[in-house]
Design a protein around this ligand. Structure first.
Ligand SMILES: NC(=O)c1ccc[n+]([C@@H]2O[C@H](COP(=O)([O-])OP(=O)(O)OC[C@H]3O[C@@H](n4cnc5c(N)ncnc54)[C@H](O)[C@@H]3O)[C@@H](O)[C@H]2O)c1
Length: 268
């Protein structure tokens, strides 16, 4: 790909799940990828698989984020792209049953972590007058869910995405978000196994009747980072197999398959 050849991109949370899939899709598209994660061992494994570079980063710690940004600029080169995928989830408990330390940690990693990583890496992007950032949000940033720490943390990331898109647009930096639906990553599979999420309900409630594959998030992220999306900034793109559009249908008896479907499929 001409527009992204040798461009450097940092993927936080790149050692697992959606971050690892983004790293893989970006490498396939010609980007030089820095896999940045608090889990350095897994970051090294992912980096080795895709021909990238591993970097330890703790997005909950300002010093770690600033050190990582400086180290990468010096050791790898000018960073053009940033994907903020580092994030943590929670149990769907009522608010009074949620420990505030857990709530604080979710805000610190998901919201504050995306913000300070954006600031640290944008500093040099602004000086160069070019760059592209994609924040990984969630479909829970658009509707109410019983995730009283996680959901609002993602609402905040969308707000931040829009504010920074307007702030930095005149300086040549685009800031967008991708909102994954239920995506089969280690985090979600673990929650399903612990009984905190119901896979068949997640599939049933999506228009396309299935969960999202991590590579499908990676493709959307790669598109938004690239020059193919040069006119797009400040959006929060759902990649959710139609979970958001399907939800209101449950008030009207649920989703239904068209009676014409077998005819159409046999004639095409
Ligand atoms: N899986 C889904 O269904 C889903 C849906 C919507 C949004 N998301 C979002 O996608 C992102 C990735 O989630 P995932 O499902 O791939 O999870 P995951 O647990 O597989 O990966 C998360 C990665 O973030 C890293 N991480 C956690 N805390 C960190 C910190 N303080 N500093 C640096 N790295 C840290 C972890 O080590 C891990 O490698 C998260 O922001 C999550 O909220 C996931």
């Amino acid at each position: 790909m001409n527009d992204t050849t040798q461009r450097i991109v940092v993927v936080t949370g790149g050692a697992s799940g959606i971050g690892a899939a983004c790293a893989s899709e970006l490498a396939r598209a010609g980007w030089k990828v820095v896999v940045a994660d608090i889990d350095f061992e897994n970051a090294r494994e992912v980096a080795a698989e895709i021909g990238g570079v591993a970097q330890r980063i703790d997005v909950a710690d300002d010093a770690s984020v600033n050190d990582a940004a400086a180290t990468i600029e010096e050791a790898v080169g000018p960073v053009y792209g940033l994907v903020n995928s580092a994030g943590i989830i929670q149990k769907p408990v009522p608010p009074h049953e949620m420990d505030m330390a857990v709530w604080d940690r979710i805000q610190q990693v998901n919201y504050r972590g995306s913000y300070i990583a954006g600031l640290a890496f944008a500093r040099n992007m602004l000086a160069r007058g070019q760059g592209s950032i994609v924040n990984i949000t969630s479909i829970t940033d658009q509707v109410a869910t019983p995730l009283h720490g996680y959901g609002p943390s993602k609402f905040a990331v969308v707000g931040m995405t829009k504010c920074l898109a307007a702030e930095w647009g005149p300086s040549g930096i685009r800031v967008n978000a991708v909102a994954p639906g239920y995506t089969l990553t280690p985090a979600l599979v673990g929650a399903i196994e612990r009984g905190e999420r119901d896979l068949s309900a997640l599939e049933r409630n999506a228009a396309l009747q299935r969960a999202v594959r991590p590579s499908e998030i990676g493709s959307a992220v790669e598109f938004l980072l690239s020059d193919r999306a040069a006119a797009i900034t400040g959006v929060d793109l759902p990649v959710d197999c139609g979970w958001l559009v399907a939800n209101p249908w449950h008030t009207y008896g649920g989703l239904r398959k068209s009676a014409l479907a077998p005819v159409l499929s046999s004639s095409t």
